[in-house]
Design a protein around this ligand. Structure first.
Ligand SMILES: CCCCCC/C=C/C(=O)SCCNC(=O)CCNC(=O)[C@H](O)C(C)(C)COP(=O)(O)OP(=O)(O)OC[C@H]1O[C@@H](n2cnc3c(N)ncnc32)[C@H](O)[C@@H]1OP(=O)(O)O
Length: 395
């Protein structure tokens, strides 16, 4: 650096202090990388924090996730100067707002805040305890799938989001059902982690507009839904729902395709399709009227009537209701006994009961999906989803 004036060198150092992580500086005769400690958190601390973020077991919630996102962008790219996303692009708009709000924070400071925030999240989770998964557990992001005592249990596992089903989760559920249909278990059980059975479709599935536009998004979602429902229609073994809490939307409609539905007393069943500008799926436009009659089905599917577990049992949608206090022990004792029955006999008997209807159910599934694709593109549906997110200042 000796061939440059002190003033010039000082200017380069000033630039360097403000530089994004890993930026390369070209100074005549020299090459400098901003990879070491400058002030506050070093790039190494920053990269370590980034890696630690991926190890968090608990979802920190949308508010914190937005903060993490914004700090990361500010630390690595500096102030936000990308165009503001459109009104309907809720997720990207929220991210943009969060990044923009850090305009006056320097990159160094953002890096330090990022490191501090991740540290606080990691320490809030307590010391890492290595708990090996049960031998028969399969690895999924949003499901817990285990096989024990002849029972494969598929558990919705996003309790912090009330087990709402993301696009990836639909794919995981399809995989898990295919696998359970072929494994050596006798029966398959679906249930939820936490206080909800499932809050239905994750409404964020419809908020980010992907490349290809919203028509493509609707078409792709339709294909995914069709395969999801097909996995239930074709499921070869006894399929039992253990409804441990409130159930909404698509988690309720597919119940008509289960063989047995056990519910805890405080569970509720709600299909708010009209409220969301949508229409029924999961073959419920056929199974619900068949199970409970047109009039009762219309109250649920047209007029959003939420029913209690006891009402759902009286309607024939639920097989039996158990007191909250003894639900788990009574149900699992019973299921373990069922799983000791001869597997082939069970599967063949199920086929006799269901096979006559399979073709009809596939046709219903196709028709429902076709109608839904139109609905998802309607103003009514977009407005309803917007209302849900606007009612809560969250993502
Ligand atoms: C391939 C696509 C196929 C689509 C098939 C068509 C399917 C249709 C349906 O399933 S329609 C039904 C859709 N579900 C809903 O409309 C439910 C919306 N959620 C709610 O009404 C409420 O969140 C609740 C009643 C489920 C729970 O209320 P509450 O106990 O007050 O908890 P919170 O609202 O604070 O929820 C906690 C947390 O979870 C998020 N969340 C809950 N459900 C959903 C959901 N369905 N989609 C997205 N996010 C959901 C909620 O926003 C909170 O998140 P936060 O803590 O703010 O980050």
């Amino acid at each position: 650096l000796s061939c440059h004036t002190a003033k010039t060198v000082q200017k380069w150092f000033d630039q360097l202090k403000e530089a994004p992580a890993s930026q390369v500086f070209r100074i005549p005769g020299v090459q400098l990388h901003t990879t070491g400690a400058l002030m506050g958190a070093s790039v190494e601390d920053f990269n370590n924090a980034k890696a630690q973020l991926g190890t968090l077991k608990k979802d920190p919630g949308n508010h914190v996730k937005l903060k993490i996102y914004a700090l990361f962008k500010q630390a690595t790219q500096g102030p936000c100067n990308t165009p503001k996303p459109g009104m309907l692009d809720f997720v990207n708009k929220a991210k943009w707002d969060a990044w923009k709000s850090l305009e006056s924070v320097s990159q160094e400071e953002a890096r330090q805040q990022y490191v501090d925030l991740i540290k606080s999240l990691v320490s809030a989770e307590g010391p890492a305890v290595a708990t090996p998964p049960p031998e028969s557990a399969q690895a999924f992001q949003s499901l817990l799938v285990t096989t024990e005592d002849g029972i494969t249990t598929i558990r919705f596992n996003r309790p912090e989001k009330k087990n709402a089903i993301t696009l990836d989760m639909y794919k995981e559920l399809i995989d898990a059902l295919h696998h359970a249909g072929k494994d050596d278990s006798v029966i398959t059980v679906m249930t939820g982690s936490g206080d909800f059975y499932c809050s239905g479709n994750d409404l964020n599935n419809f908020t980010g507009i992907p490349q290809g536009g919203i028509e493509k998004m609707a078409k792709d979602s339709g294909e995914l839904l069709k395969h999801y429902v097909k996995a239930y229609i074709d499921f070869p073994k006894p399929l039992i729902a253990v409804v441990n809490g409130p159930a909404l939307g698509v988690s309720v409609t597919v119940l008509g395709l289960f063989d047995v539905v056990y519910a805890t007393e405080s569970a509720t069943f709600h299909t708010p399709f009209s409220q969301l500008g949508q229409s029924p799926e999961g073959c419920s436009s056929y199974t619900f009227p068949k199970i409970m009659g047109n009039a009762k089905a219309s109250e649920m599917l047209l007029f959003n009537k939420k029913v209690t577990a006891t009402e759902a049992c009286n309607l024939g949608l639920v097989t039996e209701v158990f007191p909250d206090g003894s639900f788990q022990s009574e149900v699992w004792t019973r299921l373990k006994a069922y799983a000791k029955l001869p597997p082939k006999s069970l599967a063949l008997s199920k086929q006799l009961i269901r096979s006559k209807e399979k073709e009809k159910l596939h046709a219903v599934n196709d028709a429902e999906v076709e109608r839904l694709i139109e609905r998802w593109l309607s103003d009514e549906c977009m407005q309803a989803i917007m209302n849900f997110f606007q009612a809560k200042p969250k993502l």
